[in-house]
Every structure is written in structure tokens, then in C-alpha cells.
Design a protein around this ligand. Structure first.
Ligand SMILES: *Cc1c(COP(=O)(O)O)cnc(C)c1O
Ligand code: SF4
Length: 336
């Protein structure tokens, strides 16, 4: 019997139109052609990927646009800076079974896919060997067995890559499998897609998240107020209607959000869209992205100034991941 032809969802069609050629991006955004050479070189280390809905939020002709800077491969990426390495979080060491990272008590992180809808130039996973980390049915079964055997685990975090690059059908199956494990209480989804490609938040996805007995937390990733447009706010409304808690994590990035004004605008814009700030991460020292780094002393000052201007619930926790620690490390311990 022939299996029925699967029509792609609308979001999958939009995703397939992602731009990966710097020359095309530069011409579309009316930027100087001279940027193209270095961009092509930087792409050899880490490809460029920019979906259309993100592109449309970039101001044409502005080489300093904060959304552009997050995705345009830059000459600085080719600089070798001592201390900036390929696996800054030593994740390879905390993986008891392929695709699973168990670093903190009570929660495990599952790398569902290596794929992302967008390639952020500062990504600490830019050198991750994702090809070796394809999550097939056998690996998934091994992950389920691991979680089943450890009753201290109450939360599973879908991560990646970007876990929402997976189809609704696949996600539904994974959620159904997890629901069978009685000691699991929460499902967390770490995804940038509700921001980058808000079409991804389909009615079908919301229905899966609404029906599960697990409490669902969606942690989106947004670094600048300009990322949150009406379509993003609508996607978040749908997630909340499905009963999800929606939080944001951001990365503190030189030239993108390293001022009190920008951080304040980000928190306020997130809140208007129904999202609470969760973490603001200091930058992980990943090779090829040293130019985004903001020193800790400056980061702390920024947060203290932010605290003086915003209600406490709009101030993200300034944190970093230090390999070997039992949790994220807060740079201002009183924030805990
Ligand atoms: C960040 C992270 C978590 C989640 O930490 P929270 O403080 O609960 O947000 C869990 N597992 C791993 C491996 C992580 O890197
Ligand atoms: S969406 Fe997240 S995992 Fe993917 S490239 Fe950006 S920062 Fe990295």
C-alpha cells in the first residue's frame, strides 16, 4: 500500500526558504558588497542560516542592526583568541547515553536534533558534532530507559539544536512516551523558533502541549526587543492559551544588547508579549566568537543598574555555566 504523501506544514515551507548565501543576504538588505568575502570565509566554519521572518525584522542598509549582527558571518570570527575553545561547556563529559545530558539533579536535557532554524554566530554549540548525535529510535529508547530507572528525575528538557524543528507528529510521539514515566512532572522546551519563525507554533503543536499531563514550560531565546513583533506575541499567546509557562533566556552580547536601555527595552517588550525574563547568560568562550564577549564586571554593573530601574520580576538572573558545577552559577548571588 502506498503511504499518503505528507504535505509540509506552512512553517516547514517557510523554513525551507531559509537564506544561506551571504551575497544574497547582503544584496537583499542593501549592505556594502565588501562584507561578502569575509562572510563567505566565516561560513566555512559555521554556515549562515536566516529564515525569512527574521530577515524582515532587519532594517535595510544598517550594518549595526542588532538582528543582523546575530546572523551575519563576520571577519572577527576568523580570529584565534586564546581561551576561546570548541566545547566550552564540556558537554561531551556529562552524557550517560547518546543524546542525553544529565548535569543537574532532577532534570535532564535531551538533544532532539542538531538542526536549528537560524544560526546565531555566538552559539556555543557552533562546533558541536551534531552529525554524530542523530537521535534515532534506539537512542530514544535508551534515553527513556535511563529516565525510567532514575526516579529523581522530574523534568525533561527538549533542547538541540532547536527541538521545535522536529515535526508535530514526532513531538507528539516523544511526549506520549515520556508521559508513561510516572515520576516525570514537567516538560521544558528550549526553543528559539517561536521568535525566529512564529508560524511554528501551530494549532496542532498547542493541542499536544495542552493535552499532556506534564506541566509544560517553554523557554524561548531572544536577545533584543526588535525580535519581538506582533507575530511573535501571537505565537506566545497561543502557547499560553495551551497552558504553557513562557520564559525567556538571553545572552549578553557586545554590540547587540550591552546597555541598560536595550536590556530594559527587552524585558519590557517581553512582558508586554506575556513572557517573563529568566536568565541573562554571560557569553561562553567559544572559538570564533570572542568579539561578542562582555567582561563580568561590566555585566554585573548592567544588571545592578537594571535592578534600579525595573520591578524585580523583570530583571533576568545573570548567570553562566561553569563545567562541573551543580547548577548554573549566578554572578550576583543575591539574585538567587
Ligand atoms: C541549563 C541546563 C539545565 C537547566 O538549568 P535550569 O537552571 O533548571 O534552567 C539543565 N540541564 C543542562 C545540561 C543544562 O545545561
Ligand atoms: S538557536 Fe540556539 S542552538 Fe541554534 S544556533 Fe541559535 S543559539 Fe545556537
Amino acid at each position: 500500500m502506498n503511504s499518503p504523501v505528507q504535505m509540509p506544514d506552512h512553517w516547514q515551507t517557510v523554513l525551507s526558504q531559509t537564506i544561506s548565501s551571504p551575497a544574497q543576504l547582503i544584496s537583499y538588505l542593501e549592505l556594502p558588497e565588501s562584507l561578502s568575502d569575509k562572510a563567505d570565509q566565516a561560513c566555512l566554519e559555521f554556515a549562515m542560516r536566516v529564515p525569512k521572518p527574521w530577515l524582515d525584522r532587519i532594517e535595510k542598509g544598517n550594518i549595526n542592526d542588532p538582528l543582523l549582527k546575530q546572523i551575519l558571518p563576520a571577519a572577527e570570527e576568523l580570529h584565534q583568541v586564546p581561551g576561546f575553545i570548541t566545547d566550552p561547556l564540556a558537554e561531551k563529559e556529562s552524557s550517560p547515553t547518546q543524546g542525553l545530558i544529565h548535569k543537574y539533579q532532577g532534570r535532564v536535557l535531551v538533544v532532539l536534533t542538531g538542526a536549528c532554524a537560524i544560526n546565531c554566530r555566538y552559539c556555543f554549540r557552533r562546533h558541536f558534532p551534531y552529525q554524530e548525535n542523530k537521535l534515532g529510535p534506539e537512542q530514544w529508547q535508551a534515553i527513556l530507559d535511563y529516565i525510567q530507572a532514575d526516579t529523581s528525575i522530574s523534568e525533561v528538557i527538549f533542547s538541540g539544536g532547536d527541538p521545535l524543528v522536529s515535526s508535530d507528529k514526532r513531538l507528539q510521539q516523544l511526549v506520549q512516551d515520556l508521559e508513561q514515566i510516572p515520576h516525570l512532572q514537567r516538560l521544558r522546551i528550549h526553543s528559539r523558533l517561536p521568535v525566529v519563525l512564529p508560524q511554528r507554533v501551530t494549532a496542532n503543536l498547542c493541542s499536544i502541549l495542552e493535552k499532556t499531563r506534564l506541566n509544560v514550560v517553554t523557554v524561548i531565546h531572544s536577545n533584543h526587543a526588535n525580535e519581538i513583533d506582533n507575530a511573535v506575541a501571537q505565537a506566545v499567546t497561543l502557547l499560553k492559551q495551551a497552558g504553557c509557562t513562557v520564559l525567556n533566556q538571553a545572552v549578553l552580547l557586545r554590540g547587540i544588547n550591552d546597555s541598560v536601555e536595550q536590556l530594559k527595552a527587552l524585558s519590557e517588550t517581553l512582558f508586554q508579549a506575556g513572557i517573563l525574563p529568566y536568565y541573562l547568560f554571560t557569553f561562553d568562550p567559544v572559538k570564533g566568537a570572542a568579539h561578542f564577549d562582555v567582561p563580568d564586571s561590566e555585566a554585573k554593573q548592567l544588571i545592578q543598574q537594571l535592578q534600579a530601574q525595573l520591578p524585580g520580576y523583570l530583571v533576568p538572573k545573570l548567570a553562566r555555566e561553569i563545567p562541573g558545577q551543580p547548577s548554573k552559577t549566578l554572578l550576583i548571588p543575591e539574585q538567587g
